[in-house]
Design a protein around this ligand. Structure first.
Ligand code: PAF
Length: 294
């Protein structure tokens, strides 16, 4: 596995792969890789000749009160996880490679449009603009055929899919299912912040989604009822947690479903355990009136 830190070296490697007529798969990450990232890299490895994993903690996508400074980093471990999962190149740029004139001097941004107004975007202003912009830079640097994103960040996935379509990137966006701990907690680099008690309670995110699935599978279609059941469960099982949002959202627009769940939807939630904000979701697709859950 090759480790590249500069733009010229990366462009050389990409050019060489193109000359060899290789398909390129990109897995953008912020490092601190876990089994969820490994499954993205493995999928990229199965479907491409050259797998590039980028590792860059993007400062612009963190709000002023968020955890950029303490976001976990472990490059040694990342090298091992990426290599074992099948990466050929890890691209580890420094800030001046991604923001040549400095973060403050960035003038052109990708506007993700109304998809960014809902769910996480409502609590994290400018987050998706920064994600779309850094991902656009990574696409421009690596020119991939396919790029891999986890379903856990459902809104990010939809924003990137939309960006690719609206800006004619010609890149296939591949969604990879959320990887979970045995008790159901979705893997996240931020899980490391949880103390033992919060870690135990954090399982309530996936339990609440399980409850929503069960209700919808057995015929409940009222979005408010489903949201309320989830809220009650979380308040009961994790009384110290603070719910940021629990929303049944339309899968295409991400706007809240106000009445009946009858089209494809994302059920998403964000919950704080102390200062740690965790997210999770389940997608519901209807075919011939029957719900299927992803
Ligand atoms: O999902 C992430 O880790 C980040 O948002 C991404 C896509 C690497 C952009 O910084």
């Amino acid at each position: 596995m090759l480790e590249i830190t500069t733009e010229p070296e990366l462009r050389d490697a990409v050019r060489a792969a193109r000359v060899r007529d290789e398909r390129i798969g990109l897995v953008p990450t912020m490092g601190y890789l876990h089994a969820g990232h490994a499954s993205l890299i493995e999928a990229a490895h199965r479907e491409n000749d050259l797998v590039i994993v980028s590792i860059f903690v993007n400062p612009t996508q963190f709000g002023p009160a968020e955890d950029f400074g303490r976001y976990p980093r472990d490059l040694e471990h990342d090298r091992q996880v990426a290599g074992e999962a099948g990466a050929h190149i890890i691209f580890v740029p420094d800030e001046s490679t991604m923001y040549p004139d400095g973060v403050e001097a960035q003038r052109v941004w990708v506007d993700p449009g109304p998809l960014a107004d809902h769910l996480d975007g409502a609590s994290r202003p400018d987050h998706f603009r920064a994600v779309a912009t850094v991902v656009a830079k990574l696409f421009n640097l690596t020119g991939p055929d396919r790029a891999y994103f986890g379903q856990k960040d459902a809104q990010q996935l939809l924003v990137i899919k939309r960006m690719v379509r609206d800006l004619a990137y010609g890149i296939e966006i591949r969604a990879v299912q959320t990887v979970r701990e045995e008790d159901g907690l979705a893997l996240s680099s931020r899980n490391v912040y949880l103390d033992a008690e919060d870690r135990r309670r954090a399982v309530v995110l996936s339990s609440a989604l399980g409850l929503a699935r069960e209700e919808i599978a057995t015929g409940e279609r009222d979005a408010r009822t489903v949201e309320q059941s989830m809220r009650s469960m979380i308040e009961r099982e994790a009384p110290d947690a603070r719910i940021d949002f629990i929303t049944v959202a339309d899968m295409d627009t991400l706007s809240p479903v106000t009445r009946t769940i009858e089209r494809n939807a994302v059920i998403a939630l964000a919950v704080y355990f102390g200062a740690t904000r965790l997210i999770d979701n389940v997608m519901v697709r209807f075919s011939e009136g029957e719900p299927h859950f992803i």
